[in-house]
Design a binder for this molecule. Structure first.
Ligand SMILES: C=C(O[C@@H]1C=C(C(=O)O)C=C[C@H]1O)C(=O)O
Ligand SMILES: [Mg+2]
Length: 471
């Protein structure tokens, strides 16, 4: 067959095949090209026919950076119940990096990278809702779109096995290069439909908050985050594209994510970064303590000031700051942390926010930091082990991947993980949404309940359209 592919790919493939044969191990070949501007959602939609169930979408606040992946070229997953679930992914990825064919374009977020996430608590007994989600799963996409610094790139990956034929491999690259450029497919983004809401275990949740405050007063723990879930039922299959589209429009200060796992799509708009690593620089953020947005600018400002000076919220927040500093101290130098929190505002809520920066010490990887931080007291509590134990006992639901790390890492160990909150799990005509809040000594169950109502709004609105927003 005639190919328009540049020669470097053929050379790369020949080298990869030689490597694969010599070592009797498969090798990754990754080809990157700069392409014309493509709407990332178009790209996600274009993968439906072939890659339904194997797609992801990730964009950072203010649309700075977007990656969309189609197809699981390689899957790294495990059911490990210890911190090995993080290290094991590192180990598997390292083995591929050894023979990975070098890429021509050197932009962070292009070329071979893994996207995926982890469960919140591997010790929690599995339930039906989350049964198909492993404790850790990260995938190398077959094709990926990257939008970064105003430029658009296409990465095509292929796993080359020792006995693959050169021609077939070339065909893979040519085909995808042609198929996924200049997409002008129509996206059906009609408004969401009516849905019914089923509150799951409201009374048990309120009771759990009471129990938790009692345990905190008795000094068993300092803080614990308790979450609840609601079930939304629709008349038709939920249109994931329209949900993603609305999340992008309505939550510009959040990370927008979607991750398909078979028939299920885990989707959300989280304002909370767990950690970003770019070469040696590490950035983590403490986000805890919340208040609603005001009806107008003046009220909004007053509410912000109230939050910045509120004792209960400052306690909630400071526990997170202290733990993140303590965790990063061991693996980072030159930690820089502002003295006071500032505000991070999303469409529906404002939070106390403290960034923590540092430089990673030699020998530590991005996933080793993820492992160290997860769960921070913003999602788990403090002390960590006791808090997670209480969540396991008290919470009337299964978190699955909610509130757990989700994100990506590349072959140079650059990457970013957020915590998967303001999220839901969609399957056909049903969506289960999750929201939680930090319980401290001063917590009052009804007020915390109200806080979770606000945190459900981004997904409610994205699923239901404007008319359903106030429900
Ligand atoms: C747990 C959630 O949010 C967390 C809890 C917060 C709080 O209690 O103030 C604030 C931000 C998040 O760290 C959630 O949105 O589900
Ligand atoms: Mg709170």
């Amino acid at each position: 067959m005639v190919t328009t592919l540049d020669h470097s790919v053929k050379d790369d493939l020949l080298r990869a095949l030689k490597n694969a044969k010599q070592n009797d191990e498969s090798v990754i070949v990754s080809h990157i090209i700069e392409v014309e501007k493509v709407n990332p959602l178009n790209f996600f939609v274009a993968g439906e026919r072939i890659y339904f169930g194997e797609r992801f979408f990730w964009s950072t606040p203010a649309d700075n950076f977007t990656i969309v992946g189609l197809g699981n070229e390689i899957i790294f997953k495990n059911k490990l119940k210890t911190s090995e679930r993080f290290h094991s992914i590192d180990k598997q990825w390292r083995r591929f990096k050894k023979y990975m064919t070098k890429k021509s374009i050197n932009k962070i977020g292009t070329g071979p990278l893994l996207f995926g996430g982890f469960s919140f608590d591997p010790m929690k007994e599995k339930n039906e809702l989350w049964g198909s989600f492993p404790e850790a799963k990260l995938c190398l996409p077959t094709i990926m779109l990257t939008v970064t610094e105003g430029k658009t790139f296409l990465t095509i990956n292929k796993l080359i096995h020792p006995f693959d034929e050169l021609e077939k491999c070339i065909e893979h690259f040519t085909l995808y290069e042609q198929r996924f450029q200049r997409l002008n497919n129509k996206i059906d983004c009609e408004k969401g439909h009516e849905f019914s809401i089923e509150e799951l275990h409201k009374e048990e949740w309120l009771h759990a908050v009471e129990e938790a405050t009692k345990n905190i007063r008795e000094k068993q723990i300092e803080k614990v985050v308790l979450a609840r879930e609601v079930l939304l039922k629709f008349e038709d299959t939920i249109n994931v594209y329209s949900v993603l589209n609305r999340l992008q429009e309505e939550q510009p200060t959040s990370f927008i994510f979607a991750l398909e796992n078979g028939n299920k799509c885990f989707i959300g708009a989280t304002p909370e970064r767990l950690v970003r690593k770019e070469e040696n620089s590490v950035l983590s953020t403490c986000l805890a303590g919340s208040i609603r947005r005001g009806e107008d600018e003046r009220e909004d400002e007053l509410l912000g000031v109230e939050l910045l000076t509120d004792r209960k919220n400052l306690i909630e927040h400071n526990i997170v700051v202290k733990m993140i500093i303590d965790s990063l101290k061991l693996c980072c130098n030159d930690l820089a942390v502002p003295e006071q929190p500032s505000l991070l505002k999303t469409k529906n809520i404002q939070h106390l926010y403290t960034p923590v920066k540092g430089n990673i010490k030699r020998g530590y990887s991005l996933l080793s930091i993820v492992e160290r931080l997860h769960p921070t007291p913003a999602l788990g509590g403090f002390p960590k082990v006791a808090a997670v134990h209480q969540i396991r006992e008290l919470e009337p639901m299964h978190r699955g991947w909610y509130a757990a790390p989700i994100g990506w890492l590349d072959y140079n160990d650059n990457g970013e993980f957020g915590v998967a909150i303001r999220s839901g799990l969609i399957e056909n005509d049903e969506a289960v949404l999750f929201a939680g809040c930090g319980i401290v000594k001063e917590s009052q169950p009804e007020l915390e309940y109200m806080e979770t109502e606000i945190k459900l709004k981004p997904m409610m609105s994205a699923l239901g359209g404007v008319n359903n927003e106030s429900k």
